[in-house]
Structures are given as structure tokens and as C-alpha cells.
Design a protein around this ligand. Structure first.
Ligand SMILES: [Mn+2]
Length: 156
């Protein structure tokens, strides 16, 4: 059977990847997190930049390839930057993230402040969610030496 070919985006830890990742062929990794535990069988295209959001890297790749962004894609990438950087307030946010989000906001024709407010309100709405759903909402697994560690947090 032909192995599935995957590109890991926004993560590089095997514990955070989709189930069955050990049987897949990883073609590329595009990420902004610390280096984790992924091992590959072959050399891969690996792009890791210390920015506030992977969407900022994706925007750069669009620019490098000379591909125009549609309004929809610009809106999605902009939303990702706002979410990851908590509207530029997270300590990992850089001036590049901010500049890119502003450009994307212009293409998508959205006002960043009000868009962010709506997004955060929707994201922190716990109505109709079970305790389990709330707990695992932002759950991430990390491998530290021989330990498997899970971190869950609730951003309010
Ligand atoms: Mn991210």
C-alpha cells in the first residue's frame, strides 16, 4: 500500500500529529514552534521561523511564489494570526506578524479590532459544551525525554 503523504503545518511533535503519522511519509514541515520529536525516514523540506503564527509564514510563501491571495484565504490567514497572537498581545508576536495581519485585513476587507472581538467571543462561548470538550479544546501532548505530558488551557 502506498503510504499517505503529509505536510505537517503548525506542529512538529509526533504526539500532536494525526493518528497513524508513523506510517505516513512526511514531505514537509512548516511551523513556528520549538523543535520536538518528529523523526523522518528521508530528508524533508523543513521551514521553522520564530514568528507568532504559522499563517505569517504561509503568507510569505504566497509572496515568494507570486501567488495572489483570494479574499477568503486572506481572511482565514488573518483570523489565524489574530487567534494565535491574541490580537498582537502574545509575547511570541512579532512586528512581522502584525504587518502581515494588517495587509491581510486589507485584502479581506475586515476591521481587525471588531473581527477579533467577535472571534474571541465565539471562541470563549462555553454554552452547549461538555466538561470534556472544554478540557480538550486546546489540549496538546508533548514528549519530554521519556515522559508523555499533556497541557490544556482555557483562554478567557
Ligand atoms: Mn500556531
Amino acid at each position: 500500500m502506498q503510504e499517505k503523504q503529509v505536510i505537517l503545518v503548525d506542529h512538529n511533535e509526533s504526539g500532536q500529529a494525526v493518528r497513524g503519522i508513523q506510517d505516513a511519509q512526511i514531505l514537509e514541515i512548516i511551523d513556528h514552534h520549538r523543535l520536538g520529536t518528529i523523526e523522518t525516514m528521508t530528508p524533508v523540506y523543513f521551514r521553522n521561523q520564530p514568528l507568532g503564527c504559522t499563517a505569517t509564514i504561509i503568507y510569505q510563501m504566497y509572496q515568494e511564489q507570486g501567488v495572489e491571495l483570494t479574499r477568503e484565504i486572506a481572511g482565514l490567514l488573518c483570523g489565524a494570526i489574530i487567534s494565535d497572537t491574541l490580537l498582537f498581545r502574545s509575547p511570541t508576536c512579532t512586528a512581522i506578524d502584525r504587518m502581515v495581519a494588517e495587509k491581510l485585513g486589507m485584502i479581506a476587507k475586515i476591521d481587525l479590532e471588531s473581527f477579533a472581538k467577535e472571534m474571541f467571543a465565539a471562541g470563549s462561548n462555553l454554552k452547549n459544551k461538555t466538561e470534556e470538550q472544554i478540557f480538550f479544546q486546546d489540549y496538546k501532548r508533548f514528549t519530554m525525554e521519556s515522559l508523555e505530558v499533556g497541557v490544556a488551557r482555557l483562554v478567557q
